[in-house]
Design a protein. Structure first.
Length: 264
């Protein structure tokens, strides 16, 4: 899969010379994408996250009152519901850094059209540790649901990509919940999809790379977002597992000024 994904980078040296005067070294996203693609630390963090998820899965299965979804904590029939894990797709189980690198190399910014072409190519590699974790969850009888803000028209391509890199997908159950797949799922807010799953399954873990993968996230102010995190401080690393993503996220829209050293 790696060589196929790198097809997206073919011709980059030619394109770089004709996409404007700004050098690649000064383009937004270069360092974050390079870190994901080349640093040993990124790989270590991803493996660490999924090892943590594996250990917590075992604990969750042994405790019939365990849930990773606050809204179902008091459900009287919680112990009788089949167990499930919710994972995000992009930068959680699939690595889209070749697309990000293409944006950097060509001087472009994210656009739905180019994103759709990348998804349809089904060339994303798995995030380190993700396939092994999902396979183990399935061996324990835990259903894994992929709750993604990829749009419904990209679901089949997403399915092809997931299967191609080793994620086990059932033939008789739709486990990929895309944005717009149902009228009530039209928003990028994933809460309606969590409600749907939470009414049917006991959610053992949630795994993602954005705050919105765990809770509704209307805030843009950095401090307000950190307050949301602190409210659930005991859930991180136990019920909620976060993957590193320095490439994009709601933090880019935070209006707060940087905290700077005065220099004296």
């Amino acid at each position: 899969m790696k060589s196929r994904a790198m097809v997206w980078m073919a011709g980059v040296l030619v394109l770089v010379g004709c996409t404007g005067s700004r050098p690649v070294s000064q383009r937004p996203g270069l360092l974050s994408t390079r870190w994901v693609q080349t640093s040993a630390e990124y790989t270590a963090l991803a493996l660490q996250a999924y090892e943590m998820a594996r250990r917590q899965l075992v604990q969750a299965l042994s405790d019939s009152t365990w849930t990773a979804y606050p809204a179902q904590a008091d459900a009287p029939d919680l112990a009788r519901r089949p167990p499930a894990v919710i994972v995000d797709v992009d930068e959680t189980v699939l690595d889209n850094s070749p697309y990000q690198a293409w944006l950097v190399a060509t001087g472009r910014t994210f656009a739905p059209e180019s994103w759709a072409r990348w998804v349809q190519a089904a060339q994303a590699e798995p995030v380190p540790g993700a396939v092994v974790f999902v396979q183990e969850a399935r061996r324990h009888g835990v259903q894994v649901f992929y709750v993604t803000n990829r749009t419904a028209d990209l679901e089949e391509a997403t399915r092809r990509n997931l299967q191609a890199v080793g994620f086990p997908l059932p033939d008789t159950l739709d486990v990929i919940l895309t944005r717009g797949e149902r009228p009530e799922w039209a928003s990028s807010d994933k809460e309606p999809r969590r409600v749907f799953l939470g009414q049917r399954y006991r959610i053992l873990l949630q795994i993602g790379d954005q705050l919105g993968d765990f809770m509704s996230d209307p805030e843009t102010r950095a401090e307000a977002r950190r307050a949301l995190v602190r409210r659930y401080r005991s859930w991180w690393g136990t019920r909620w597992i976060v993957l590193p993503n320095p490439q994009y996220g709601a933090w880019q829209r935070a209006p707060d000024s940087l905290r700077t050293w005065p220099g004296n």
